[in-house]
Design a protein around this ligand. Structure first.
Ligand SMILES: *[C@@H]1O[C@H](CO)[C@@H](O)[C@H](O)[C@H]1NC(C)=O
Ligand SMILES: *[C@@H]1O[C@H](CO)[C@@H](O)[C@H](O)[C@H]1NC(C)=O
Ligand SMILES: *[C@@H]1O[C@H](CO)[C@@H](O)[C@H](O)[C@H]1NC(C)=O
Ligand SMILES: *[C@@H]1O[C@H](CO)[C@@H](O)[C@H](O)[C@H]1NC(C)=O
Ligand SMILES: *[C@@H]1O[C@H](CO)[C@@H](O)[C@H](O)[C@H]1NC(C)=O
Length: 742
């Protein structure tokens, strides 16, 4: 009930859009729900006319609430209304792409068998909430697809350069758009903006790309002049796609308003999507935010209560800790890894030593004199026509080096930097990124000879076991800063240089395709996998699917090598980098056991988080107050497919329950890998399932031998029947000294 964005005593009379969340749907008819919203606003403003004029949206299908213009004072007043769960100002989300690469990466993340078992996802509808779609892309052709599933209730809405009868088909079955209320109105009083289409048509590339990764059709022979030919396809190539455009170019920026996203979620629940994918998030700092203040968490809660799994991008604020976004326990939060393909640029020094620069250079071979500069202002006319080596000391210097390249006619600039990979890859001027270690080798060479030279060739393609899979440097990391008991991210999927459909606005696309990077790209990879799982296991809850993804994820790459986490220094990836690990679609379809949870379990988690009983009751049930157990449960009780103990002091016992989804009669044994300095006891250590017993609980007792505060240490608990390995990550930190005056 807190309006955290409004400082007491700092009220203004100006109105802004507030979102008012009222919980579950109370009436069985959408019009009645809206009438109750108008009535609530009318009692605030004193007139029904003002109420209707101020209202932007009425959320009335999946959940109840509205968005309306009001002053801070009015918002505060509404927040005290007994019917209201939460009032928050509208805010803006970003799309989670990092940058483009001028080459194609090709991925094959889904096994053939799974695709066949799931009939390529033909009966599944993926809802993509993003910047719209370029419907002409071959990725959205509906060749060979059967009729649209009859349960589909969504719409394809006409708009600027978007004709439903022409642009929607049996692949692209839904296209809606939500125009932000503050967008310009033109002379005729209609909303228009020269920067964007007033329709579901994508004026960016993000929405089109993301939709094609999740459910794009097979497109063979997608070629790129340098890096060869391959097949483009979505994770679930026969799935149906419904796009909800919420991200707009406003004043040249891409913005996605929470009030619009929430309306899209409300509609998507009603329309009948089977999976929701949102490659959106806020940026750091997240510390002022809780999942309670994040209105999208409510939308997601009602989606999962309706059986719809919700995927969110974890964000691109890595490699720093505590940066992961979209942290509600009921959503699946996705991290990004690189592929087992790498396109480094060979840099051959005059002494015949070759160093591989990280990013690809595509162009003519360069042979030139080589020199070193200490700082950007040391670039002079002497550098003309040469390749220059520099060490990046602060990231702001990149800009000055860039100026130097243009001003003094450098052939290329090689920058040794931290592994933050932030430097854009461009052809002219050429800037190539290397590590400090490689930089030191080059500097040694330059100072060892009177006439240093260097040859830069076009990038080469490396693939297979030689190339380590890494959690991408940009992928946001745990721990979860808001709910430290909930492990985030949940899983990782490829998100570096992922091939997907493009729009005509992207100069570096070839043949209608482009490779982009970000957790924006890894999220629809998992959405495609979830679509296939839904096709095979119609009756699984969102939590069961969530569990299947996490417990079968791989902590090694496809060649059995460990997965690293790229960052300022490289290390082995841990659960805060990739949750359970790299998604393994084939294994996720047959996990053996699942850690299930129902909406009721999430209510109890809200009790544990200190949420008030009236609000929880409203989320579940309009009429009743929810009765939290007394004493309130611990947050550790939520049956997550992970155990995260942020403040271990005395021994803690955690209960988990597994449901058998494998052979009816099975025997599972436990394998425990304890975190460093932590003792783990699992009781019982054998689980026997039979026709009468398909659900069993076990207790995990965790104790620490650390005498002082520790960092997080990681381990795992794996149940196995010999063929299934159902593994959950353990993250434990000892906290002996939390408060000085304890
Ligand atoms: C106003 O915008 C609408 C919708 O984009 C457009 O159809 C109409 O032609 C515009 N009118 C003027 C006068 O620009
Ligand atoms: C793809 O290209 C190969 C070789 O160029 C050709 O043999 C094949 O027929 C092409 N396939 C399609 C579907 O165009
Ligand atoms: C580098 O290799 C070339 C060709 O193999 C050779 O002619 C040259 O002497 C080598 N230079 C050095 C410094 O080893
Ligand atoms: C998980 O729990 C939900 C809700 O209680 C239930 O409908 C479902 O059958 C359970 N099992 C699986 C495998 O989803
Ligand atoms: C919702 O209300 C019904 C009856 O009104 C009650 O039986 C049920 O337990 C309530 N559910 C929750 C989660 O409070």
């Amino acid at each position: 009930m807190v309006i955290s964005a409004v400082a007491e005593g700092a009220y203004e009379d100006q109105t802004k859009v507030y979102i008012v969340y009222l919980g579950a749907i109370a009436h069985n008819h959408a019009n009645l729900v809206t009438a109750s919203h108008v009535a609530m606003l009318a009692s605030l403003f004193g007139s029904e006319k003002d109420a209707r004029e101020s209202m932007v949206y009425s959320y009335r299908h999946g959940f109840s609430g509205f968005a309306a213009h009001m002053t801070d004072r009015e918002a505060k007043k509404l927040s005290e209304h007994p019917e209201v769960v939460q009032v928050m100002p509208n805010r803006y989300y970003e799309m989670k792409t990092t940058r483009t690469f001028n080459y194609l990466g090709l991925y094959e993340s889904t096994g053939k068998e799974l695709l066949l078992d799931a009939n390529m996802g033909e009966d599944v509808i993926i809802g993509v909430i993003d910047s719209g779609v370029w419907p002409e892309s071959v990725s959205f052709n509906d060749k060979g697809l059967g009729p649209i599933p009859s349960r589909w209730k969504g719409k394809c809405v006409d708009g600027e350069e978007f004709v439903a009868t022409k642009h929607c088909n049996k692949k692209l079955i839904g296209a809606r758009y939500y125009i932000p209320s503050h967008m310009k109105k033109n002379k005729t009083g209609m909303t228009s903006d020269e920067n964007d289409y007033m329709s579901a048509r994508d004026s960016d590339v993000h929405g089109t790309h993301v939709a094609s990764i999740a459910g794009g059709a097979f497109v063979p022979n997608v070629s790129n002049t340098v890096f060869g030919v391959g097949t483009a396809r979505g994770g679930a190539p026969s799935a149906r796609i419904a796009v909800y455009k919420v991200c707009w170019k406003i004043f040249g920026n891409d913005e996605c308003a929470s009030m619009d996203i929430l309306k899209a979620m409300d509609d998507a629940i009603e329309d009948g999507v089977d999976v929701m994918s949102l490659s959106l998030g806020t940026s750091i700092p997240l510390l002022t935010e809780t999942y309670k203040d994040n209105m999208l968490s409510y939308g997601a809660f009602h989606a999962i209560s309706n059986g719809i799994p919700v995927l969110f991008a974890g964000g691109n604020d890595g490699p720093r800790a505590y940066t992961v976004d979209n942290i509600a326990p009921w959503v699946i939060t996705v991290a990004a890894t690189s592929l087992d393909r790498w396109f480094p640029t060979p840099l051959k020094l005059g002494n015949n030593v070759t160093i591989l620069a990280r990013a690809p250079y595509k162009g003519l071979e360069i042979q030139a004199d080589f020199m070193y500069v200490e700082s950007p202002n040391k670039i002079t006319g002497a550098a003309k026509g040469k390749v220059v080596l520099a060490f990046l000391k602060k990231s702001a210097d990149v800009y000055d080096y860039n100026l130097g390249i243009r001003k003094f006619g450098l052939k290329a600039l090689i920058i040794a930097s931290e592994r933050d990979d932030n430097v854009e890859v461009v052809d002219i001027p050429i800037i190539l990124n290397i590590d400090y270690e490689q930089g030191a080798t080059m500097l040694n060479y330059i100072s060892s000879t009177s006439s240093p030279t260097i040859k830069i060739s076009s990038a080469i393609t490396l693939s297979g076991p030689l190339v380590a899979t890494k959690v991408a440097v940009f992928s946001s990391r745990g721990p979860n800063s808001v709910s430290p008991y909930v492990l985030k991210p949940d899983v990782a999927a490829p998100g570096v240089a992922i091939l997907g459909a493009s729009t005509p606005f992207m100069v570096s696309s070839e043949n209608g395709f482009i490779a982009l990077s970000g957790t924006s790209m890894s999220t629809p990879v998992v959405a495609g996998v979830v679509a296939l799982l839904r096709a095979i296991h119609r009756d699984w809850s969102p939590a069961a699917i969530h569990s299947a993804l996490v417990t079968t994820a791989s902590t090694t790459d496809p060649y059995g090598e460990p997965i690293f986490a790229d960052g300022f220094s490289e290390k082995l990836a841990d659960p805060f980098d990739f949750g359970g690990g790299l998604v393994n679609p084939t294994k996720a379809a047959d996990p053996g056991l699942v850690y299930n949870a129902s909406a009721e379990d999430y209510m109890r988690f809200l009790c544990a988080s200190g949420y008030d009983e009236r609000s929880i009751g409203k989320m579940a049930n309009k009429s009743d107050m929810y009765h939290c157990p007394s004493p309130r449960p611990s947050m550790l009780e939520l049956n997550l497919p992970s155990i995260t103990i942020p403040f271990l002091d005395r021994d803690v016992t955690v209960t988990r329950t597994v449901t058998n989804v494998g052979p009816i009669v099975s025997k599972y044994m436990v394998i425990v890998k304890p975190p460093l300095g932590v003792e783990i006891t699992v009781t019982p250590n054998i689980l026997l399932f039979n026709p009468l017993v398909q659900k069993l609980s076990f207790e995990v007792t965790v104790s620490t031998t650390h005498k002082s505060n520790s960092i997080y240490y990681f381990g795992s608990i794996t149940w196995t029947d010999g063929s299934h390995f159902v593994s959950i990550p353990l993250s434990v930190r000892t906290e002996r000294l939390m408060y000085f005056n304890h």
